[in-house]
Design a protein around this ligand. Structure first.
Ligand SMILES: Cc1cc2nc3c(=O)[nH]c(=O)nc-3n(C[C@H](O)[C@H](O)[C@H](O)COP(=O)(O)OP(=O)(O)OC[C@H]3O[C@@H](n4cnc5c(N)ncnc54)[C@H](O)[C@@H]3O)c2cc1C
Ligand code: SF4
Length: 426
C-alpha cells in the first residue's frame, strides 16, 4: 500500500487510497482505548474516531469528525507533518508501522467531495456583530469558519487576487494541488464568509476604514511575506530570488517558468525541498541544495528529502553562501565550508534563498505591539495590546505549520466570541 509518486509539476505526486485499500488500512487500527494518536493533533482532530468510522464503513461520519474540527481537512491531509504528530504517537509503531492517518484523512475528505456531503451549517439566527479577518491564509480561514458557524458575520480582506496564503502561493502543487485548497476554501465560502481581494490593509484600506464599515473586532493573520536574503555580494543580480517569489511565480506560470538548466537552492527545510522539487519538475537539469548545517539538523520532512533525492536533487551540507557573481545575471555562487577551510564555487542560472520569511511592518496596520523580530505580540488566545485586535498564525509564532495556524486561528475565534460576550454584559 505504499505511496506512488507522479513526477509532474502541476499534478499531485502522492497517490491516495481506494475504498478497498482505505478499509484495509483502517482494519490495521488497534482501536486503542486511550487512542494516543488523538493527543497528537494541535488542531484537536481525533484520528482514533474517524479511523473507527472508516473501519465500520461510516465514511460520512469520518468526514464529519475531520471537517467539524478542521475546515482545512483536505489541505492538512496533504501537508501535515504526520510523522512528527499523530502517526508518531500511533501504538502500531511498536508492532510494525503506524497507521497512515494522513492518507486516511485524505480518503475521507475525497469521499466528502465525491458524494457532495453537506457537513457544516450556520445557525439561522445570525449575530449582529461583524468581524474582519486580514489575510486569507490558514489562520484566518480557520478563525472565519469558527466564527461563521457560531453565527457571526465575517469578511476576509486579502491583498492577493486569490485566497489561501501559502497554500495557494507557496507549497508546490505536486504536494498540494490547487483544487484541494479551493475545495477547502469553498467550505468557508459556503458558511457565508465574504472575501474582498486585491486589498492590502495598511495601504489600500486602514484599520479605521474597517472599523468605520462596522467591524467591531479584527483578526490579523497576515503571515510572513517579507523576503529574507543574506547580505552578501551579488544578492541583487538577476536570477537571485526568494523561495516565496520563486514558488509563487512557478505556480502562476502553471509549470512553464523558465528556471534555466542549473538551479541552486539554499536552505534545509520543507520550503527548500519544495523549491528544489519544483525546479526539477520545471525542467532544470541540475538542482543542488546547499545547507549550512548537517542533514540530521535539517528541519525538512525525511520523506520530502528522499523525494527530492529520488528526482536527482543533490544535497550538500555544512556550506553557507558567501558571494554571488555574474555579469548582470547570476553565473556562480560561492560557499564557505563550516570547517572554515573549504569552499565551493557552483555554476547557477537561478539561485533560490529558502532560509525563512520575515514579517512585513505590522505598525503600518495599527499601533500594535511587536516583538524584536517584528512578529505581533499576542498571547496564546490571540489577544494583542489592542482590545478589539486579535492575531494568530505565522505572524505571531514566527513561522510554523498549517495545522498550528488552524489551531491558533480557532482559539482566536473563541477569544473574539468571549470579547463580544463581555462587551454585551457591560
Ligand atoms: C513554501 C512553503 C512550504 C510550506 N510547507 C508546509 C508544509 O508542508 N506543511 C505545513 O504544515 N506547513 C508548511 N509551511 C508553513 C505554512 O504554510 C504556514 O505556517 C501557514 O501557511 C501559516 O498560515 P497563516 O494563515 O499564518 O499565513 P499565510 O499562509 O502566510 O497567509 C497570510 C495571508 O495574508 C495575506 N496578507 C498579508 N498581509 C496582508 C495585508 N496587509 N492585507 C491583506 N492581506 C494580507 C497574504 O497575502 C496571505 O494570503 C510552508 C510554508 C512555505 C512558505
Ligand atoms: S494510536 Fe494508531 S492504532 Fe491506536 S487508535 Fe490511533 S491510529 Fe489506531
Amino acid at each position: 500500500m505504499s505511496k506512488v509518486r507522479k513526477d509532474n509539476y502541476t499534478s499531485e505526486a502522492a497517490s491516495g487510497f481506494t475504498p478497498r485499500t482505505a478499509m484495509e488500512e483502517a482494519a490495521r487500527c488497534l482501536l486503542c482505548h486511550d487512542a494516543p494518536c488523538s493527543q497528537g493533533c494541535p488542531a484537536g482532530t481525533d484520528p482514533g474516531k474517524f479511523i473507527r468510522s472508516i473501519r465500520f464503513r461510516n465514511v460520512k461520519g469520518a468526514a464529519e469528525t475531520i471537517r467539524e474540527n478542521n475546515i482545512l481537512g483536505g489541505t492538512c491531509a496533504r501537508v501535515c507533518p504526520y510523522d512528527r504528530l499523530c502517526e508518531e504517537a500511533c501504538s502500531r509503531c511498536g508492532i510494525d508501522k503506524p497507521i497512515e492517518i494522513g492518507r486516511l484523512q485524505r480518503f475521507a475528505i475525497e469521499q466528502e467531495e465525491a458524494f457532495k456531503m453537506q457537513i457544516l451549517n450556520t445557525p439561522e439566527n445570525k449575530k449582529n456583530e461583524k468581524v474582519a479577518c486580514i489575510g486569507s491564509g490558514p489562520a484566518s480561514l480557520a478563525c472565519a469558519a469558527k466564527l461563521a458557524t457560531s453565527g457571526y458575520l465575517v469578511t476576509i480582506f486579502e491583498s492577493e487576487e486569490k485566497a489561501g496564503g501559502v497554500l495557494t502561493y507557496g507549497i508546490t502543487p505536486a504536494r498540494l494541488p490547487q483544487n484541494v485548497v479551493d475545495q477547502d476554501i469553498q467550505k468557508v465560502k459556503d458558511l457565508g464568509v465574504e472575501f474582498v481581494f486585491n486589498t492590502k490593509v495598511g495601504e489600500d484600506l486602514t484599520i479605521d476604514d474597517i472599523k468605520d464599515k462596522g467591524f467591531e473586532a479584527i483578526f490579523v493573520g497576515t503571515g510572513l511575506w517579507a523576503a529574507k536574503i543574506p547580505d552578501i555580494p551579488g544578492k541583487n543580480l538577476d536570477g537571485v530570488t526568494t523561495a516565496v517569489d520563486f514558488l509563487k511565480n512557478a505556480r502562476e506560470s502553471k509549470g512553464t517558468l523558465d528556471v534555466g538548466s542549473s538551479v541552486v537552492v539554499i536552505g534545509g527545510g520543507d520550503v527548500a525541498m519544495d523549491c528544489a522539487v519544483s525546479a526539477k519538475l520545471l525542467g532544470a537539469e541540475k538542482v543542488a541544495i546547499y545547507y549550512r548545517r548537517t542533514l540530521e539538523e535539517a528541519p525538512a520532512n525525511m520523506e520530502e528529502i528522499q523525494y527530492a533525492i529520488s528526482l536527482g536533487v543533490t544535497i550538500t551540507t555544512n556550506f553557507a553562501p558567501a558571494e554571488i557573481t555574474g555579469d548582470g545575471k547570476v553565473e556562480f555562487i560561492t560557499f564557505d565550508g563550516r570547517d572554515k577551510k573549504s569552499s565551493a564555487k557552483v555554476a547557477a542560472d537561478t539561485v533560490v534563498f529558502a532560509i525563512g520569511q520575515a514579517p512585513e511592518d505590522m505598525k503600518k496596520l495599527a499601533p500594535i505591539e511587536v516583538t524584536e523580530k517584528g512578529t505581533i505580540e499576542a498571547d496564546e488566545d490571540g489577544k494583542t495590546n489592542i482590545d478589539y485586535i486579535f492575531a494568530a498564525g505565522d505572524i505571531v509564532n514566527g513561522g510554523n505549520t498549517v495545522v498550528e495556524a488552524v489551531a491558533q486561528g480557532k482559539k482566536a475565534a473563541e477569544e473574539i466570541m468571549n470579547y463580544f460576550e463581555k462587551k454585551g454584559v457591560k
